[in-house]
Design a protein. Structure first.
Length: 238
């Protein structure tokens, strides 16, 4: 009976772990990028006018571009960046100094080194001296990075600034087989930059924040483990 209870407890723990894992794999959209809904529209009572009726919103001379909170704009992603940097430093310094034996009253003084064996090697030494030094340094660094992102995403207007600029934000989620991919974008758009088809290039968005990533085991397979990140992080002293 005790063994059956242990088996049931083990099955329960495994089941809870599987449920938690399944919940963790479900993509969770961020509230900061959710679509902004416009204010509720209150219909007006129809008026019996021969030319204008309030119940029928007909704008003959108004631009159809997005301009109000909740309107949608299609952002054409056209991001391409490339950067490279190289540096090289080389320094060499050679020094050679020679002091000749002095000449005093027409003769070069000599001396013997006491206590040096054999005796023939310590005789007739002069005051001549020499100094030689060589120093060298060579350093080189090279860095390059390039990024490219293309596609399209439709966002909504979340706010209208006092100067007329539009604050936009939005996200798109794609579920592909065993993984999820998402793209998020936010920024500020000038109404003058919006094309007649209600689209705008991502390079024309001010203070743009663009994120492209994914979830799932394929994304995890391309990520470095926590132990490897520790050994490659700034805290590792070697």
């Amino acid at each position: 009976m005790k063994q059956i209870n242990s088996t049931a407890a083990l099955v329960l723990v495994i089941g809870c772990a599987l449920l938690l894992g399944a919940c963790a794999s479900v993509p969770q959209p961020k509230d900061d990028y959710r679509a902004t809904m416009p204010a509720a529209y209150v219909s007006k009572a129809p008026e019996n006018g021969s030319i204008y009726q309030a119940a029928r919103d007909v704008r003959l001379f108004e631009d159809v571009k997005a301009r109000r909170i909740g309107d949608v704009i299609t952002v054409i992603l056209s991001e391409s960046t490339s950067a490279s940097k190289s540096a090289k430093t080389t320094a060499d310094k050679d020094q050679d100094t020679t002091i000749a034996a002095p000449n005093i009253f027409g003769a070069t003084p000599t001396f013997n080194l006491p206590g040096v064996l054999p005796l023939s090697s310590n005789r007739n030494n002069t005051l001549e001296a020499g100094l030689s030094a060589t120093r060298a340094f060579d350093g080189e660094a090279d860095s390059s990075q390039s990024n490219s992102l293309s596609g399209a995403i439709t966002v909504t207007i979340s706010d209208v600034l006092p100067n007329g600029n539009l604050v936009v934000r939005g996200e798109k989620w794609l579920t592909l087989n065993q993984g999820e991919e998402y793209i998020r974008i936010s920024g500020i758009v000038r109404p003058q930059d919006i094309n007649p088809n209600n689209s705008i290039l991502s390079t024309q968005i001010g203070d743009a924040r663009i994120a492209y990533s994914g979830k799932g085991f394929m994304h995890d397979a391309n990520s470095m483990g926590w132990l490897a990140r520790f050994f490659n992080g700034p805290l590792w002293p070697f």
